[in-house]
Design a protein around this ligand. Sequence first.
Ligand code: PHE
Length: 466
Amino acid sequence: ETSELTEHTPKEQWGSRIGVVLAVAGSAVGLGNFLRFPGQAAQNGGGAFLLPYFISLLILGIPLCWAEWTVGRYGGMRGFHSAPGIFSVICRTPKARYLSVFALLIPLVIYMYYIVIEAWCLCYAWNYATGALMMGSDAEAYESFFDSVVGSNQDGHVFGEGAGLLVFIGITFVANFILIYRGVAKGIETFCKFAIPAMVVCALCVLVRVLTLPDSDVDGGLGFMWNPQPEALLNPKTWLAASGQIFFSLSVGFGVIINYSSYLTKKDDVVLSGLTASSMNEFFEVCLGGLITLPAAFMFLGAGVASFGTFALGFNALPNVFAQMPAGQFFGFLWFFMLFLAAITSSLSMLQPVIAFFEEGFNLERHVSTPFLGIIALGGAFFVIYFSSGLKALDTLDFWVGTLLIFVLALIQAVVYGWVFGIDEGERQAHIGAHIRIPRFVQYMLKYVVPVYLGGIFIAFCYLNV
Ligand code: PHE
């Protein structure tokens, strides 16, 4: 078997070890950390959300992340880089590829709405840079600016032309296109190596500023974020949302990590890389996202944050806070520029699973598939914008695809790993090239606990919603 392994060299390869970790971290750290996490927490019991959240991280997130890195490299060394290909190798039957269609669809659909929000971030960053967003303490002005960007107000700003959204969509789109077109190492990896450190610096500056504001004491936002409201724990939706958030945020469960890790070799350490990338994601999510967005929004909205939508928190409440702080224009710019970087390093990863699939299944080069997918995605983006009135299309897609479908696919993946691939083989494959060991009980968790846990939440959720 080993001779067959050494013969296959993938068309694409990562340039460096730190590069692949940063690329995975780039995929993981995104709008999910800074907007979706605080939004989900606010809507699902504030601090109470953190209990199912951390349980999901330990039981689901990290184990499945290791499983995905392992299986991805296993498939890659056998010449397969897309989820359908890898699933067929593992299950030893081509029929298994149908199990993984979601692994292509989920990232593609998320891409369609994700780049729209990415363009909002760029639009906000630009409007801070020019000073247009410093409108004093006039809450209505910020709200109507947000409405004009989103296109959700009544008087005809359908395509957000009020704020020139189309221009920002265009820029975002071209930037994504160029980087994806250049390929895994030259485009994605190179960009992430620069963007991640830049994001850390920007986020830390904003964090220090927010935490040193006079009102950000424990009674306010921090208290809301970190003090549990236990009733929420009785609602299965809280648990569903928490596990959905873990998957969404870690980019685990839907084909992205499988694809990225399929470009690795047997010299690479998937255990340590997986753990590093996930830890970086959690640092951004809990320490930066959790300590900036909600506490800041809370200062402005009080307990009303719970009724604010995810996007309104970041794009409507926060500008009010920036308006009240010294040098708010500068911090506003840093914040939205950082959001834009976080978003683009994520969106870069979303088309890659489909590109790999086209290459494998239809022999389509990325130079053909990238423009083709670009057009499909642009169509989807316009659909989202057109129906963005009241953010309906966005929220609906985000729940059905971003939470529920991911959840289902993660369940399928856990079963395939635990029961078809087998935990003994999984453990052996994971440790090729590894410097640290995955504790044995993690394998048992993947086989028994993960499917039962996910299945249980799913049944409880369906039961309570019919
Ligand atoms: N993990 C990203 C975030 O937190 C979102 C993402 C979704 C990335 C799908 C890749 C694929 O924002």
